[in-house]
Each structure stands twice: as C-alpha cells, then as structure tokens.
Design a protein around this ligand. Structure first.
Ligand code: BGC
Length: 534
C-alpha cells in the first residue's frame, strides 16, 4: 500500500509539463482543475468568512444568486466576544454548512490589521491588535478545519486599505512589518495550519504579494515552515512566472490558459526550473487529496439550530458602552411605553458589502423581536425617524420626537448605512449620517431616557454621547442580530462584549491619519508600530 506522499510522487512523474502548469490555476471562479486521465479530482472553494457564499454555478461570481446559508456576525462582532471557544464553534457551524453544500474550502478568515478606523473592510477583520487577530483567527481556522473543511487565511499581507487596493504599495519598515502586520498571520499559521493562505492584491515595498519571494518563500515557507497552498486573491496576478518562483501555488479564479502558457514557455526557455513547479504541484495535490479524503457527503443542517446559535453569538458580541443610572435593562417595573426609533429596526443591516455577502436563511428585525419579548407588558411605538437611503433627509424627525416624548424610554437605532462602509473603498470620516445625529440631539430635548443602539461594522464618533444615557454597540450582528439586540435590551442576555478596536473621538487624533489612505500607488506606514490601543 503506497502512502499518499508516494502516490503523489508517482503522479508528479506521470503529469506532463502542460498538465502541471494547468494545476497552477483554477478551473473557473470557484473550482480547482481536475486531471481526469490520472484520477486527480477538482475541489470547490467559496467565500466566507462569516457565512458561506456559495454560487449555484462555479462559472459565475454568484452575487445576488447565492445559496441560502446562515449569516453569522462579522469579525468585528466576533472579536468583541473575546471568546476563542465561541469562535471555534462558529467555525464548526460554518464547516457543517460547507459540507451540506459540498464546499471543500471556505475563503476566510481575514485577519488584516485595522490600521485606520476608516478602513472600508474593517467589519470583516478582527482587530487593530496583531495578537488578538492571530489568536481569534486561529480559533476560527481550527473550528472549521477540525470538521474536515479547509480555510484560506487572508489577505497576506498589509492589506489594510481598500482605496486603490490592487495597486497601492504598502511602504513599511521591517520592524513594523514583523511586529504588527506579520505577527497576526504568524500566530494563525503556527497555531492552526490553514489549508490555504490567500495572497493579497497589494504590493509590499514595491513587490506584489502574489510574486513576493521574501513574503511567500523566505518568511511563510522557510521561517514559519508553512507547507500548505497559497492562492491568489481573485485576479491578483501581475507576473505569474515570478509568482511560481516565489512559491505562489494557484492563480484564482481560473481565467483560461493565458498564464499556464507563460509558465510552460518560461520552462522551455530555461527561465524557470521545472522542479519548482513540481514542488508547488505536489503541495496542491496534497491539499486536493486531503480535502477529498475527509469530505463528508450527505450532510444537512438545521436552519433553526444554526439561526439560534447565530443569535447567541450576536448577543455575546454586544458591548454596553454606557449605562447611566441603570437605564438598561428595560423592565416592566421601570417602563411601560417604549418608543422604538429608526429604520434599521425594520430594515436590518446585518452584514458588510462585497465578497463576504451571504444570502441569509432568514432575517430577524429588532422591531418584531422586541414586540415578541415585550409581550403584553409594554406598549411599543415605532417611528422610522430617518431614511437609510438619504443621509440628510430630516422629514421623519418631527414624528420621531413626538413618539419619544410620549414614551417612558426611547430606543434610537442608528448607525452606518451600507453605502458608508464596504469592500472596495474606505470611509472618509467616522461620523454617522447627519440626519441621525440631528435625530439624537432633537429627541434628547424631550426625553431623558435614551438608549442608542448602534449598527455598524467599524468605529464611529459619538459627538452626541453626553446627550444619551445608554449606548449599545451591536455591530453587524448577522441574520439573528435583531433578536440578540432585543435579548440585551430586555435583560435576557447580559451584554458582556468588550471593544477590540479603538473608537476615537476624532479621526484626526489617530496615528495613521496623515498617511491613510495612501494614494498614487504608495501607502506609507509612517506611524510605524505606534498606533491602536497597544
Ligand atoms: C476578496 C477576497 C474574496 C475573493 C473571492 C476578493 O475580491 O478580496 O476576500 O475571497 O474576492 O470572492
């Protein structure tokens, strides 16, 4: 009986140069190439990280057409739990859904450092703290992988900015690179051995992450002894032959044979050693056979159970930022009439925009969940208060103020609309929309019992903080986030989350302010290691 290593060695000898080059890129958007002649299967990868985004078709990106999956709270919420065991369990639930949909590798977690509060993708990352990011990333990785599903630790490395993300070079000194931006990845790699690592779009010190020998070979492979597979971020290929030399296994997604042909030509011209391709293909085959060996067929998942677990996680993530005079929890001994103000309460924003968008199996909203919990004990009066689609529309404020003044307590559900934070661009400031600020200040003139509930994926400023008695940070809490907010408001869950990122009073006071975002292809890490709560 041959060991898997021996079988792979044999396959390497049998594969033609053309076949080996073909294994250096994906088949299409979401699958790796099989070589049917030799019984080499293809495997399926899908986004991540806080829920499965599986396209029904491996040829299309699948936006808007994904298969329904449980949407868990995003990473900024997960990290506020500071709970490794819970995050490991989230990984387990994700893996079960991957198995149910025959996905072998989920593309996450993202452990990039939140260098500036305005980073557009901060909602998808854990923290500004490299140790916390690495430890929580490892918990997620282990949770998924222990079930027999692979992961992709992303985005390696210094990918903290969305502006010009495919071309801006992170210009960084060695100490800062090592102490902050590599430490998170190093911890996750060493503690959890992710099946794959995803190389980022951006160059670091002028050399693209997908062909950067220093990062991929000297550090990841040689220093950290990583023997898994590196995949490119989607279309992040600038020089495929240099990528092969640097240790970049698979180009994703597959875009035809353009780069495979370049690899073959480079070998034939004596510019690329075929042995280097053999090394990479061997590791890719190890991944493919491992994935197939542990693959579970016929798995199903229970929507209700997964939804209830997502509610528990969202509840643990909620942070009580202020609670003067024990305004919360809302109990019938203290209040009868509750005013619920804000369109987010009926149109929840529960996840971030971009490649991580999950099509949820269902969505809880705060209004319905509050009414369920309140039962006959409270009267709940709702007013829209602002329009999510119009940052400056003040037409709803008058009615909201009237509703608040007639109640014993007012819940103001405000935060960042989805056009404020997203993959693909950064924020310009850290304020919530002007109409929402006006709303808080106007309601404060007629009601002293105000609790602000925040929906946002990353830090915001709170110039209105002195006008309100309580503040709950509820993040982008996933599909069951509405229920979790109700649980905390009514004292069913004790809010035990803690911030894992700085909420600055003013953006100007943060240390990356002068350098973020970098433009004109250069992003200077001028503040070095001196940023964040560390
Ligand atoms: C994102 C990755 C994602 C990939 C596939 C890229 O744009 O940066 O995080 O996994 O797309 O959707």
């Amino acid at each position: 009986m041959k060991t898997i290593e021996q079988q792979i060695d044999k396959l390497i000898k049998e594969l033609t140069l053309e076949e080996k080059a073909s294994l250096c890129s994906g088949r299409n958007e979401w699958t790796l190439k099989p070589v049917e002649r030799l019984g080499i299967p293809g495997i399926w990868v899908s986004d991540g990280p806080h829920g499965l985004r599986k396209s029904p078709n491996s040829n299309t990106d699948g936006y808007g057409d994904q298969l329904p999956a449980t949407c868990f709270p995003t990473a900024s919420a997960l990290s506020a739990t500071w709970n490794k065991e819970l995050i490991r369990e989230v990984g387990k639930y994700l893996a079960i859904e991957c198995q149910a949909y025959n996905v072998n590798v989920i593309l996450g977690p993202g452990v990039n450092i939140k260098r500036s509060s305005t980073g557009g993708r901060n909602f998808e990352y854990f923290s500004e703290d490299p140790i916390l990011s690495g430890v929580l990333g490892a918990a997620y990785l282990n949770g998924v992988q222990n079930e027999g599903v692979g992961t992709s630790l992303k985005h390696f490395v210094c990918n903290s900015q969305e502006t010009q993300r495919m071309m801006v070079s992170s210009e960084i000194d060695e100490r800062t690179l090592r102490e902050i931006y590599l430490t998170n990845f190093e911890i996750a790699v060493k503690k959890a051995d992710p099946w794959t690592v995803m190389a980022a779009y951006n160059p670091v010190n002028g050399s693209d992450c997908t062909s950067n020998k220093y990062l991929l070979n000297d550090i990841l492979k040689e220093e950290w002894k990583y023997d898994g597979v590196v995949v490119t971020d989607w279309i992040a290929v600038y020089d495929r032959v240099e990528g092969i030399k640097a240790g970049m296994h698979i180009e994703m997604p597959g875009i035809g044979e353009i780069n495979d042909k370049k690899i073959i030509a480079a070998v034939k011209a004596g510019k690329l050693d075929e042995k280097q391709i053999d090394k990479l293909v061997k590791e890719t085959l190890k991944l493919v056979f491992k994935a197939k060996a542990v693959e579970k067929k016929g798995v199903t998942f229970n929507n209700d159970e997964h939804h209830n677990f997502a509610r528990k996680v969202a509840g643990e993530a909620i942070v009580l930022l202020k609670n003067e005079n024990n305004l919360l929890p809302i109990t019938k001994e203290k209040y009868n009439k509750v005013a619920l103000l804000g369109e987010f309460s009926i149109s929840p924003r529960f996840q971030g925009n971009g490649s991580s968008e999950v099509k949820p199996t269902r969505i809880d909203n705060v209004k319905d969940e509050i009414i369920k919990l309140a039962g006959n004990d409270f009267q709940v009066d709702y007013a829209q208060a602002y329009k999510i689609s119009d940052d400056n529309d003040l037409t709803q404020i008058k009615k909201a103020v009237e509703t608040a003044s007639a109640a014993d307590i007012a819940i103001l559900h405000v935060g960042l609309p989805s056009h404020y934070e997203s993959e693909g661009y950064d924020r310009e400031h850290i304020d919530i929309p002007p109409a929402q600020i006006k709303l808080i200040n106007e309601v404060a003139k007629v009601q002293k019992n105000i609790v602000v509930v925040l929906t946002n994926g990353s830090a915001i400023s709170m110039p209105w903080l002195n006008n309100v008695s309580a503040v709950l940070e509820a993040w982008l809490g996933g599909q069951a986030g509405g229920g979790a907010i109700a649980d905390v408001l009514f004292g069913k869950v004790n809010p035990s989350g803690k911030l894992a990122e700085t909420f600055p009073q003013r953006l100007e006071d943060t240390s990356a302010f002068l350098n973020f975002p970098g433009m004109n292809r250069k992003l200077i890490y001028g503040e070095g290691i001196f940023f964040g709560y560390r």
